[in-house]
Design a protein around this ligand. Structure first.
Ligand code: FDA
Length: 304
């Protein structure tokens, strides 16, 4: 249902109008529409002992011009982050850089970003999108890897049947993986349909990454999996600097804080930019209770 709603033009127009006002309902999940707001959010989180990754929102770009413009914006963002002094860590989506147009355009755009990123010592994580792009995303990642970029990592989704093999491949390369459950509705031919199966796959892959991976990111808000990760790392006597936890901006802030208090590395993924609607709809879809939260915020706004 949420993927259908995400395509609704009327809803998008309404959301754009009300969502990002100073107390707008989308602000819980998105730092703002401008880089200045994202940097302010990053400073606040860093002040609380957290690490950060900035994500300039955008996806499904379908013209070469728009994809090149997005790459330029990322290059500009690199300069702005360097000047700001916040941590140098970015996340991006390949469909924002032209993956739906063709692979070569996307690789060119990604290289345009990776070069200044490497010069300025940034780490760049490639997000994983819906399954029609998994193979292509991994191919683009490996192209960059073969070009000797080592400041790049990839996200893998434990909901997909193929992921265990992809985890092994990334471990073999020595590439950094962010393990997520997967935010897209996928057919049963490619993905587990039951939450219990996704969670079990996540646990297996978490262990593979802790045992054989390079500085994995355990990206989940699932308190049970987080406890299991802590226990497993403890049993294996892995230091707290062997991996990091990651969570999304505005989600399970209590858990983010308690992990930092317990001495774990905690990175918060901070999305920002004008193209926030699709990201926002995925967050609503993950948790029906969020719809109530949004409705209350909207009603509060109207009466306030
Ligand atoms: P699960 O969905 O089981 O939720 C566990 C608990 O977390 C819930 O009970 C609730 O308390 C809380 N929670 C989860 N989602 C919430 C929400 N939207 N609002 C409020 N509470 C919520 N996906 C992807 O396909 N490609 C990617 O590249 C990324 N990148 C990424 C980066 C980072 C840092 C994170 C944390 C997540 C992603 N994701 C992602 C999203 C991921 O695939 C997944 O959809 C969400 O993290 C929700 O799954 P959980 O692992 O939190 O578990």
């Amino acid at each position: 249902m949420f993927s259908l709603l995400a395509r609704s033009v009327t809803l998008k127009r309404l959301a754009s109008q009300y969502g990002m006002t100073p107390n707008g309902f989308a602000r819980r999940f998105i730092a703002g529409e401008t880089v200045t707001e994202a940097i302010a959010a990053a400073r606040t989180l860093q002040g609380r002992g957290m690490r950060v990754a900035l994500d300039y929102l955008g996806e499904s770009v379908n013209t070469t011009k728009a994809a090149t413009a997005a790459a330029r914006e990322y290059v500009q963002l690199i300069e702005t982050i360097v000047d700001s002094g916040i941590e140098r860590n970015l996340s991006l989506k390949l469909t924002q850089l032209g993956l739906t147009i063709d692979k070569a355009t996307c690789v060119d755009n990604l290289r345009r970003i990776m070069e200044p990123a490497a010069r300025h010592d940034f780490f760049v994580r490639i997000d994983m999108e819906s399954s029609e792009f998994t193979q292509l995303t991994l191919e683009v990642f490996e192209t960059l890897w073969k070009l000797d970029f080592r400041n790049v990592g990839i996200a893998l989704q434990s909901s997909l049947h193929r992921t265990e093999q992809d985890v092994r491949r990334m471990n073999e390369l020595g590439a950094r993986v962010r393990l997520v459950k997967g935010a897209y509705k996928e057919p049963k031919s490619v993905a587990f349909q039951q939450k219990a199966d996704v969670d079990a796959a996540y646990m297996r892959q978490m262990r593979l990454l802790l045992d054989h991976g390079v500085y994995p990111a355990i990206a989940t808000h699932d308190a049970h999996i987080i406890t299991e990760t802590r226990n497993y790392a403890g049993e294996r006597q892995l230091g707290k600097d062997h991996f990091e936890f990651q969570m999304l901006y505005g989600i399970r802030r209590d858990l983010q804080t308690s992990l930092v208090a317990d001495g774990y590395r905690m990175r918060v993924y901070i999305p920002f930019g004008r193209e926030w609607f699709q990201y926002f709809m995925r967050r609503l879809g993950e948790r029906p209770a969020n719809v109530g939260f949004v409705l209350r915020a909207m009603l509060g706004e109207k009466s306030g």
